[in-house]
Design a protein around this ligand. Structure first.
Ligand code: PMP
Length: 436
């Protein structure tokens, strides 16, 4: 039998832990803003787990709700029977969703929420007699999970190049990361015109073939890229003009990251669907959802003769334990004002983060709400080396950050205090100096 820390027994494709070989980093406990490492050290969580523990760790209300529900009713067969918590949660979600969104489909993850939204888009057009609308449009550097739908519309070539053609008929808009956006505080001023590329794609294939556009309103895991001012508005105008659905993938931006429940409210743009997961249950238990509009719901429900034969749902969608966790999570967000807290902390966060700009290896800093990125120059032209060194050293110094390549991303739990922001960024500053 392999030893418990033998990495051969566990495929850890996403984690820098692979590079630690025989001594992987192990976390054994978590409470509020901190993890405890296996060697007993407190680790300040600068990433809310993986952008998901928005209310911090092991919050009593959520923990208790899960415990109680597991004891009361563990499972209800989703396709045959309902249970009250699924309805209660749907109503709670609609309450915090943008006006104009009033229906919920449950999934178990962000990847599944993306697949579900893409299927709903195609089914919606079909229900309206537009069966030819099957093309999908994503964006370069978009991340939409690891399902076949998500990697097809996703804009990371490396994630899809092993898998052939994937979904047929997918185009990608240009990404919105312009070089002149260096050290931007909030949204870049310029770049809204990049949305106009959608008109080129429409002209190429014909609007009557295009089902939906999917974008992260603010690209998270590919480097925290803010949409330029007016960009999302322009995407909405063009999609509306051509009868194309607009999907916001809010798996990271959902549940308060930018200072409002969803980015759709923050940017004041109403999409046709929102995908969410992560912060929905505070990371405690897997769950995702697609939130959508009456127009989409009504297309399915316009009468028995029109209802299309769509089979869709997961064994665990809306299961009682996930619903209990999500309701307690929403209660916690509400009780503690967490869905708007990022807006109150944004200025402090921004100033602390941009205080790092004088480090010689820092080439860009971006921030919004309670999310930010620090981009580093590569060591000796070798990509990801400095990023890994910084990640390693940061963990030794007691902070958890996320590194992709040479970009450091941070998205702390929304309960973080101003002092803890200073501690997080101060420690990162010392680490940057040490990894010169
Ligand atoms: N969409 C976005 C925007 C994400 O950030 C992620 C996860 N990082 C996903 C989808 C996939 O979610 P999951 O890992 O829960 O499948």
């Amino acid at each position: 039998k392999p030893a418990p820390n033998d990495l051969r027994a566990f495929w850890m494709p996403f984690t820098a832990n692979r590079q630690f070989k025989a001594s992987p980093r192990m976390l054994v406990e978590a409470k509020d803003m901190h993890y405890t490492s296996a060697d007993g050290r407190p680790i300040l969580d600068g990433t809310a787990g993986l952008w998901c523990c928005n209310a911090g760790h092991c919050r009593p209300k959520i923990t208790e709700a899960v415990r109680a529900q597991v004891g009361e009713m563990d499972y209800a067969p989703a396709f045959q029977m309902g249970h009250p918590l699924a309805f209660e949660l749907a109503n709670r979600l609609v309450d915090v969703a943008p006006d104009g969104i009033d229906h919920v489909f449950y999934t178990n993850s962000g990847s599944e929420a993306v697949d579900t939204a893409l299927k709903i888009a195609l089914a919606y057009h079909r229900a309206r007699g537009d069966a030819a609308r099957t093309r999908l449009i994503g964006r370069e550097r978009g991340y939409h999970g690891v399902g076949f739908g998500g990697i097809s519309v996703g804009g990371i070539v490396n994630n899809r190049r092993f898998f052939g053609s994937l979904l047929n008929g997918v185009d990608h808009l240009p990404h919105t990361h312009l070089a002149e956006n260096a050290f931007t505080r909030g949204q870049p001023e310029h770049g809204a015109h990049l949305a106009d590329d959608l008109e080129r794609i429409v002209a190429l294939h014909g609007a009557e073939t295009i089902a939906a556009v999917i974008v992260e309103p603010m690209a998270g895991s590919t480097g925290v890229l803010m949409p330029p001012k007016g960009y999302l508005q322009r995407l909405r105008e063009i999609t509306r003009k051509h009868g194309i659905l607009l999907i916001f993938d809010e798996v990271i931006t959902g549940f308060g990251r930018l200072g409002s429940p969803f980015a759709a409210q923050h940017f004041d743009v109403l999409p046709d669907m929102i995908t969410c997961a992560k912060g929905l249950t505070n990371g405690v238990i897997p769950m995702g959802a697609v939130l959508t509009t009456p127009a989409i719901h009504d297309a399915f429900m316009q009468g028995p003769e029109h209802v299309i034969e769509l089979f869709h749902g997961y064994t665990y969608s809306g299961n009682p334990v996930s619903c209990a966790a999500a309701i307690a999570t929403l209660d916690t967000y509400e009780d503690e004002g967490l869905l708007t807290r990022a807006a109150r902390l944004e200025h402090h966060w921004q100033e602390a983060l941009h205080g790092l700009r004088d480090h010689p290896n820092v080439i860009d800093i971006r921030n919004m709400g309670l999310i930010g990125a620090v981009e580093l120059s590569p060591i000796d032209g070798e990509p990801a080396k400095r990023g890994f060194e910084v990640f390693k050293r940061a963990y030794e110094e007691g902070i958890l950050i996320r590194v992709t390549g040479d970009t450091i991303a941070m998205s702390p739990p929304l309960i973080i205090s101003e002092d803890q922001i200073d501690e997080l960024i101060g420690t990162l500053g010392r680490v940057l100096k040490a990894v010169a």
